[in-house]
Ligand binder design. Structure first.
Ligand code: BEZ
Length: 238
């Protein structure tokens, strides 16, 4: 039988679950998660270790984009299995010394959780022993304003994340919620959206007979236009 410790290591919230609760110390003070973020989206992401190059490039990129995420009503929270003083020293070094991709003097203002006990990392399945026994993989949890996990992305240690995709996914989920649509492959604001498949033979026939604002390839595959400015107006704060 699997030990309790292993069950903890491997447990992870799934899409649709409530985000596991925890209290933590961060570089911006203590937080209660997810209750401190009620009413906002939050991206909780882990990285393997402080003072490592891929993680440094990721933190600089996320810090550079923080305002853009905040405008989409989304806060960022980082985590690694390191202590608070290591986090502080690393963030100071990033600001004082590191240049990457045209960025320099980058100040990381979002909270970075100290998780030396792995309490949070284990709750969120961020420790994946086949990859590393004590370092968190690069996990990204998208948690909605009701505290529900809406999407999860995992990357291995050696692969830096694509932050354009993280932002795209956030905007796409908010668009789905706001306009009751789905978003097709590679969707971005301004591109056509998918409407839910016909749920009855009558609706299928109706759709194929031609409805003003829909374009149907077949009864189950219908798209409609959704104005980019409308999407951005509804989703982005002024
Ligand atoms: C890095 O962030 O550079 C890194 C961390 C752990 C393993 C490999 C790379």
């Amino acid at each position: 039988m699997e030990s309790i410790q292993n069950q903890e290591t491997f447990s992870m919230p799934r899409i649709g679950d409530k985000a596991p609760e925890f209290k933590a110390t961060t570089t911006q003070g203590d937080i209660n998660f997810p209750s401190d973020y009620k009413g906002e989206w939050v991206i909780l992401f882990s990285h393997p270790a402080d003072f490592t190059p891929v993680c440094t490039s990721e933190f600089m990129t996320f810090a550079h984009l923080e305002e853009k995420f905040n405008k989409a009503n989304c806060k960022l929270v980082g985590l690694s299995v390191d202590g608070l003083y290591s986090h502080i020293a690393w963030l100071r070094t990033i600001k004082d010394k590191i240049k990457f991709n045209g960025m320099k003097d980058v100040e990381v203002k979002f909270p970075l959780i100290e998780d030396i006990t792995m309490n949070v990392a284990k709750k969120y399945g961020m420790i994946q022993p086949g990859e590393h026994k004590t370092q968190a993989v690069r996990a990204v949890f998208f948690i909605d304003p009701q505290g529900t996990v809406r999407a999860i992305i995992y990357y291995p240690l050696s692969l830096g994340r694509n932050f354009d995709e993280i932002y795209r996914a956030l905007i796409a989920m908010q668009t789905s919620d706001k306009f009751n649509v789905a978003t097709p492959a590679d969707w971005e604001p301004g591109k056509d959206v998918i409407i839910s498949p016909a749920g009855s033979c009558g609706v299928a026939a109706e759709r194929m007979s031609g409805t003003d604002d829909l374009e149907c390839e077949d009864w189950f595959f219908c798209t409609k236009k959704l104005d980019k400015d409308l999407v951005l107006k509804e989703i982005l704060k002024k």
